[in-house]
Design a protein around this ligand. Sequence first.
Ligand SMILES: [Zn+2]
Length: 345
Amino acid sequence: MFEAGLREDGHCMPTISLKKSGTGFRLKYGDVDLALDTGIRGMTTLLSHSHSDHIGNLKNASHIIATKGTIDTWQARRPDNFRNKTVIKHGDMFGQIGVNITALNAGHVLGSTMFLLEFDDDLKVLYTGDFNNVDSLIHAAAKPVAADVLITEATYGSPQWIFPERKSIYENILETASKLLNEDRIPLFHAYSLGKSQEAIALLQNGGFKVITGNTSIDKVSSVYKRHGVDLRNFTIHDTNLAKTLDEGAVIVSSSYRHTIKNMKRNLGEAFNRYETKIEYFNLSGWTIGKFREKGFPLSAHSDFKGLLDFAEKVKPRIAYCFTDNGRTLSKHLSDIGINAVPIE
Ligand SMILES: [Zn+2]
């Protein structure tokens, strides 16, 4: 539990309490009691997006506030239906007793949202969820707003994760795809199914490549992106003419190598071995740089270290709470640039 300090005018204000709970947090301030990215029995949840590390115990929530993009991408992969939900658009405000809640674009995946909470005594709290402060081909960048309290993700909150310009990452991916296809190889780009896969498909199709999606969970999410107006044109691993598409030269985007191989085997039969040996695997992730150095390209849907610092500086909070693994490191660096910050662990 953490406590915000005195207001700038020196008057006491109620204590803000922020506790880790399941995949998210429980925030209490005065009479307001909210769950962020987790379900707590009988409570309202503000759901930033539908990645699996943000949706624990949602069946316990009595009410969910989320964008249509978040609800749709959730339902594409799960049969659950939220009975009591409020669908909020970016820029819209939802008022409930004691607090006004505004949804802001987080730039991370379809529908991803930061929540700005404005309490009756004017205290402003910004909860980022996961966010990206850089434009991608299919998601617009998150923009900072002023707040007294910032609750920020810290996924890449260490100086070892400073990403190159997105444009140059894109160019490197396209060049590699081109080079491998010229060598009669099959480039396979691993990207998680919600957000990154769709960015990879858009990039590769715009680069003139035939794109095959390697597993069904990508296709389920892509159908939601298409409904939301994103132009994605790809073949699937289940297409009857898969061998012909591969022979003509195609790249694979997959969120599960194991499922992709299984699907290829089933579709190609005896010819499978001939294609499997041509596959070259690349990960699309921030973890391809820094201490993990996985083989691939640092294409991330999160802000990098510099982005996190820059964002926090613009929010100008009196206190920042940093969550995820690098929360402690980011807190230290924020403190070094004059922002009072603590990790939530
Ligand atoms: Zn996420």
